[in-house]
Design a protein around this ligand. Sequence first.
Ligand SMILES: Nc1ncnc2c1ncn2[C@@H]1O[C@H](COP(=O)(O)OP(=O)(O)OP(=O)(O)O)[C@@H](O)[C@H]1O
Ligand SMILES: [Mg+2]
Length: 297
Amino acid sequence: MNETETMKEKEMVDAQAGPADPIMDPPASPSATATVDAKAKRIDAEDLNIYYGDFLAVKDCSVNIHPNKVTALIGSSGCGKSTFLRSLNRMHELIDGARVEGKVLLDGTDIYARNMDPVLVRQQIGMVFQQPNPFPTMSIYENTAAGLRLNRKKTKKTELDGIVERSLTGAHLWDEVKDRLDKPAGGLSGGQQQRLCIARATAIEPEVLLMDEPCSALDPIATLAIEDLINELKKRFTIVIVTHNMQQAARASDYTGFFNIEKSGDPGVLVEIDETEKIFSNPRLKETEDYVSGRFG
Ligand SMILES: Nc1ncnc2c1ncn2[C@@H]1O[C@H](COP(=O)(O)OP(=O)(O)OP(=O)(O)O)[C@@H](O)[C@H]1O
Ligand SMILES: [Mg+2]
């Protein structure tokens, strides 16, 4: 991702109110380790065509995203994974000239319906970006509460304190920052900043959490910590994660979708999506098999 695109993501957060793969033992299946705390919502995308001006970036995409599961999106660079992800919470339309055709249903309600408020949509479908992007001069506390401050008119200080502590605890960051909540977030490490962004996104209790390569700036230890966290978070949220890391997709997700592109300039197409185990052991398409086994390009 280039710097301009990263800047755009920073602006999008305002609007929203990897490293080498470590070698390790195969994990237990994600579903085996998490039980559901609260039923989150499902997403059904129907016939999505996603454009930048005249350029069709993602074509005819229909997919069911299951509640309280982790869905990983994989595919080579430029095939439309981030574009698709941003269409799921109406962030795509924040880009000049960008538009979406088709439907995205959140538990059956079309988020693109004329009477839907995009700000409310983004409260229910939160996003964490590739580069940790806290507000660097703002305190750790204020960063965690930033979405709440934008979304709610008045929250009592004691209530806010509780939500901040809960969100930072949920993001496995509380113990590391509880004595310096008033210090700038810019002083945290990259992995801590990414967990802070996850705390910020979860503080507003969305139904769905979209994560665009959340571990690409992190070392293998921090990456595993985030994967553990994702496994915890799916008890409360529906999660969609974009990753270039095949081991991560295999470890951390229940379902995996493969985006492909025929040739440069063509639109990206979600060519196969299935249970992660199936995608990595016996996918339907040869192109999926080639990609997940590293035989591509
Ligand atoms: N703001 C934009 N304006 C115009 N075209 C864009 C914009 N952002 C992305 N694109 C184009 O849309 C296509 C899909 O890009 P996208 O960023 O969704 O790919 P990606 O799969 O996320 O790639 P990567 O793995 O490198 O992050 C690419 O051809 C890209 O150049
Ligand atoms: Mg991307």
